[in-house]
Design a protein around this ligand. Structure first.
Ligand code: SF4
Length: 698
């Protein structure tokens, strides 16, 4: 039966970093359909998540009233609380009581133990304005830089390498630049699952004849379109990439003129990669020496080549080194700063680029301006009217450790679910349970909210106004299509309520005013006033003038580093932290599915998506399944040194022999019970992509 909508609203997709523009059809305050619009990143296209993943908004489990922990609830330290009966743990409260308790607990800890005893996690699902307000609250109101978000778990190592190498954490070119490329590399990314609309552009480029080098330990759809599919041993990225650099230097395929004009560190790189011949690295990475030579030549000899990467590169203890190698490839060959060239880490969440830009990072203020730089700090102190913490704050996993050590006692978590997303989940949940005071602001009673003292019901993406920055640096407008259910409120208002109750004199008239304050402090947004985003719907930053379109391709004339040069940083071989052994002979890797988003809070409650992928699975190669004496479809147990979970076994030839892949979206079998919290020393990102595991029949 045709449903005629009351209205349609132009917005953007709430899921991945592609940033597809949407047209949301609404009937009786309910979304009935979502279609693609003619946005710069999607040209009317949508994937299955964007098109069908909207009914979570009216799911019966939406939080509609504030909740506070019951005085007689099970102990907060009891992390075995049955999450199916919330009323044993929480009772409804008025907004006045909930906000009073939320802010009072945070204020008491700050006043008694100092700001360093508090921390906040913001969200890459929220808008830029929410991210800006949240980090400002933590810095100005709590008095600490202990503020972070899920970029720490996805591309923190990429950003660390990019800032070090080219002076900027954003992409140098949009993924649509692939239309001008005659070669592109996709490494450690699965765009068909995780950036499906971006994948359509990559496939189009392949069809018109671009050389396609897809490098991944697991097979994937895009390899069918690849001129050079490359399967390699997990965790050996530096071996493979340094071998490619070895070939480029040995065979003089580098761009000498470009290197002389725009790069530093070439001689050190030359010296380092001399020991990484393809012949020496072939047994390490599992790719034949001749093939390594061929892919190196293909990339270096291309007129215009671009590199895309994902969390297969970043989520390692050597994640920053992996990205350094990719930057070295681009800088030695001059494949950056021209149409069809560039470096593009495919950003995960719809606003992880914007949330990072807006300062939800413990080392930097908005626009990656160091908290340790006295001049920068003075500017923020002048703007916000008080002294600020001069020390960099703790990162996501470090905050969990600091709770165990008694250094952090209170947290405010907005829209993140560390009880599902953090590595070594038992340790992370025990940390949340140990807090003296935890405030969670979300739309569902997530696994994290179960540990809270106060739960503030917030608004979903389609219920609010705000800007979101996609992987292409396009700042886009999300408009409210429906109103929040029950007493649920706007996130930005709730942050302001907490701010006022801990003593800040915050008075914002609305989201546009917040945006304009943020813009005044962020050079990247200088020529993009709110009125322009409202008018144009999408503007790429940076823009040279309010009348000029934003610059899509960056760094043709040099880099925003101290000497204007890109810095090549050679990387050494560093093995994964936990190698397989006799007790744990397999390699576990975790990731996402096409149909589900991150910890599943939204997509597990979206009917069509959950029907498509309803149960937790572990994927293994058929040969390993046979060796186990098991059959696809039966229950198996996957164990690591940190815990065990039971899942349904799925046969998947894309998974290499000796590996097991588990998506991390299933609360009933959470993959992160298993994962290793060991961090990359630079990006402080955990090694989600590699740990030792064993598999048995249940
Ligand atoms: Fe949404 Fe990403 Fe799919 Fe586009 S590709 S519809 S942004 S999930």
């Amino acid at each position: 039966r045709t449903v005629w909508p009351d209205k349609t609203v132009d917005s953007v997709c709430p899921y991945c970093g592609v940033g597809c523009q949407t047209k949301v059809s609404v009937k009786d305050n309910k979304i009935v359909q979502v279609d693609g619009r003619e946005g710069p990143a999607n040209e009317n296209r949508l994937c299955v998540k964007g098109r069908f993943g909207f009914d979570y908004i009216r799911h019966p489990e939406r939080l509609t009233t504030p909740l506070v922990r019951r005085e007689d609830s099970p102990k907060r330290g009891d992390i075995q609380v049955d999450p199916r009966n919330p009323w044993e743990v929480f009772r409804e409260a008025t907004w006045e009581e909930a906000l009073g308790r939320a802010a009072g607990g945070l204020r008491d800890i700050r006043d008694t133990h100092g700001g360093g005893a508090l921390a906040g996690f913001g969200s890459a699902k929220g808008s830029n304005e929410e991210a800006y307000l949240f980090q400002k609250l933590v810095r100005q109101g709590f008095g600490t830089n202990n503020v972070d978000h899920c970029t720490r778990l996805c591309h923190a190592s990429s950003v660390a390498a990019l800032i070090e190498g080219i002076g900027s954490g954003g992409v140098t070119a949009p993924f649509t630049a692939v239309e001008d490329a005659d070669c592109f590399i996709v490494i450690g990314a699965r765009p068909e699952q995780n950036h499906p609309v971006a994948a359509t552009y990559l496939k189009q480029a392949a069809k018109r004849g671009a050389k396609v080098i897809v490098i991944d330990p697991r097979g994937q759809e895009l390899m069918r379109h690849a001129s050079h599919p490359v399967r390699f041993k997990p965790g050996t990225d530096v071996a493979l990439l340094n071998a490619m650099l070895h070939v480029i230097i040995e065979e003089k395929l580098y761009d000498e003129q470009y290197v002389q004009a725009h790069a530093s560190g070439f001689e050190a790189l030359k010296e380092k990669v001399a020991e990484f011949s393809p012949e020496a690295m072939a047994p390490v990475c599992g790719v034949e020496a001749d093939y390594i030579r061929e892919i190196a030549r293909t990339y270096a000899n291309a007129e215009r080549a671009i590199i895309f990467w994902g969390m297969g590169i970043s989520q390692h203890v050597h994640g920053t080194d992996n990205s350094r190698c990719l930057i070295a490839l681009a800088l030695t060959t001059g494949h950056v700063g021209r149409p069809g060239t560039g470096l593009h880490p495919l950003r995960g969440q719809n606003n992880v680029q914007g949330a990072s830009d807006a300062g939800l990072i413990p080392m930097v203020f908005p626009d990656y301006q160091s908290v340790e730089d006295p001049d920068v700090r003075r500017r923020y102190e002048d703007a916000w009217g008080q002294p600020l913490d001069p020390n960099r704050g703790l990162t996501v996993v470090e905050i969990m450790d600091a709770i165990h050590e008694g250094e952090i006692r209170g947290m405010y978590i907005l829209g993140e679910n560390p009880a599902m997303s953090d590595p070594d989940q038992t340790h992370a949940r025990a940390a949340l349970a140990k807090l003296d005071h935890l405030v969670v602001q979300d739309i569902f009673l997530t696994e994290t909210a179960w540990h809270a003292d106060v739960v503030l019901p917030a608004s979903a993406h389609a219920e609010k106004l705000g800007t979101y920055t996609n992987t292409n640096r396009q700042v886009q407008l999300g408009r409210p299509a429906v109103s929040p259910p029950g007493e649920a409120r706007q996130d930005w208002e709730l942050i302001c309520e907490i701010a006022r109750r801990i003593g800040l004199d915050w008075r914002y008239s609305g989201v546009p005013e917040v945006y304009e304050e943020m813009r005044a402090l962020m050079p990247s947004l200088a020529n993009i006033p709110w009125s322009r985003i409202e008018r144009e719907g999408s503007v790429t930053y940076p823009a040279d003038d309010e009348d000029e379109p934003g610059r899509e391709i960056l760094f043709g004339e040099g880099f925003p580093t101290k000497d204007g040069r890109g810095r090549i940083v050679p990387a050494d071989l560093l093995p994964p932290d936990e190698l397989p052994d006799a007790d744990y002979p397999m390699v576990l890797t975790t990731g996402r599915l096409l149909e589900h988003w991150h910890t599943g809070a939204m997509t597990r409650r979206a009917g069509t998506l959950n029907d498509l992928e309803p149960e937790p699975v572990a994927c293994m190669h058929p040969r390993d399944i046979e060796r186990l004496g098991a059959t696809a479809g039966e229950s198996i147990r996957v164990e690591t040194r940190r815990g065990a979970i039971d899942l349904t076994l799925r046969a998947d030839r894309d998974v290499s022999a000796g590996m097991v892949f588990i998506p991390f979206c299933y609360g009933e079998a959470p993959a992160n019970v298993l994962t290793n919290p060991q961090l990359d020393p630079f990006g402080k990102i955990p090694e989600f992509k590699f740990c030792a595991a064993r598999v048995s029949r249940v």
